[in-house]
Design a binder for this molecule. Structure first.
Ligand code: ADP
Ligand code: MG
Length: 352
């Protein structure tokens, strides 16, 4: 268990600035997800933490001890950090037990540590198998067990589930979180998948173009995103131009109460699709149903208001809905977050 602090970390590759001044505290014993689009610097961040890259500026401290920066560069093997790569990390010619025991000294290999970490990842009794006798998901479990075996204080996981299919991924990430917790390791999970970050992490760090744009709990980044870009990146967002006054905003969907320290004047209001309620038939605010995206547990219903505004409602399976082409009345349930308007709201995929 260790706290990791990054202060002003800069990393350049030639003319590309991959990390442009990262300030971040990774809480001891927690699982922190680093979430951001492809190319935003996630892998570079992990490589700097692991000691595979030298910093161009800034500092990294583990439990208060500087390990990188200001001319210092503690080599990888002395940082007590383990890395679980994306895929294909196992030695194909070694058994599961030999893979897991690879980084251990002889005494530890002979102890029951190998079986202990295999049990943690749900693979008790699999030690004698060869990697090719395992499914993709089981191979990633072995990779996690191998990372945990030498009792690192920090485990870095770089999109470790991205090659697996969706159903398998959900179960695996839950088990991996439990294994890290049971072993007391601090975890850093890199992902571009917002659902993965929100569902599994204690803390979410949103990275954009080499900078941290927000760090907080999954609930905070979803409900109180730092800006419109974060709002659209961590979930479906309906962004409405509005005018705010006294903690409420006048929008095309009526007056909506605002959360937090609400700005006044021209704003962009963030409404999540699950806040959009619809009732069959015309009403104060009338919309036409454009499409249905069925997801089993819920459906996203695309709507168009009379003035052309497009928005999305999330309807739980069995909830009130209407067929494509039908006229419905729409209202917003609950409070919304507003950002000071900086030009016109950016359309998001939720608003097609
Ligand atoms: P992510 O993991 O978020 O997709 P990366 O950390 O791999 O992003 O990359 C961040 C930026 O740095 C990208 O623009 C990428 O092209 C660049 N980059 C990464 N590694 C190198 C490298 N070894 N040489 C040059 N540019 C690199
Ligand atoms: Mg990457």
């Amino acid at each position: 268990m260790s706290e990791v602090v990054l202060a002003g970390v800069v990393k350049r590759y030639g003319s590309v600035t991959a990390l442009a001044g990262v300030d971040l505290t990774i809480g001891s014993g927690l699982l922190t997800a680093v979430l951001g689009p492809s190319g935003c610097g996630k892998t570079t961040l992990l490589r700097c933490l692991a000691g595979f890259e030298r910093l161009d500026a800034g500092e990294i401290r583990i439990d208060g001890v500087p390990v990188a920066g200001n001319g210092r560069h503690l080599p990888s093997h002395r940082r007590r950090i383990a890395v679980v790569p994306q895929e294909g990390a196992l030695f194909p010619h070694l058994s599961v037990a030999a893979n897991v025991g690879y980084g251990l000294d002889r005494a530890a290999r002979r102890s029951d540590r190998v079986e202990e970490v295999l049990t943690l990842v749900g693979l008790a009794g699999y030690g004698d198998r060869m990697p090719h006798q395992l499914s993709g998901g089981q191979q990633q479990r072995v990779a996690v067990a191998r990372a945990l075996a030498p009792r690192p204080s920090v485990v870095l996981l770089d999109e470790p589930f991205s090659a697996l299919d969706a159903g398998l991924r959900a179960g695996l990430r839950h088990d991996v979180r439990e294994a890290l917790r049971a072993d007391g390791a601090t975890g850093v999970l890199v992902t571009h998948d917002q659902g993965e970050a929100l569902s599994v992490a204690d803390e979410v760090v949103v990275l954009r173009a080499g900078r941290v744009v927000q760090a907080g709990t999954p609930t905070t980044v979803y409900r109180e995103p730092a800006d419109e870009w974060v709002a659209g990146f961590v979930g479906e967002a309906v962004l409405l131009a509005a005018v705010a006054e006294d903690g409420a905003a006048r929008t095309v969907l009526g007056t909506v109460p605002l959360t937090g320290a609400a700005p006044s004047g021209p704003v962009t209001v963030l409404v999540r699709p699950e806040q959009v309620r619809l009732t069959p038939g015309a009403g104060t605010v009338t919309a036409t149903v454009l499409r249905h995206d069925f997801h089993g547990h819920d459906a996203l219903v695309g709507l168009r208001l009379a003035d052309g505004t497009r928005l999305t409602a999330r309807i739980l399976d069995g909830g009130p809905t209407a067929p494509v082409g039908a006229v419905v009345s729409v209202r917003v349930d609950g409070a919304a977050r507003a950002f000071p308007a900086i030009g016109t709201p950016t359309p998001t995929p939720a608003q097609v």
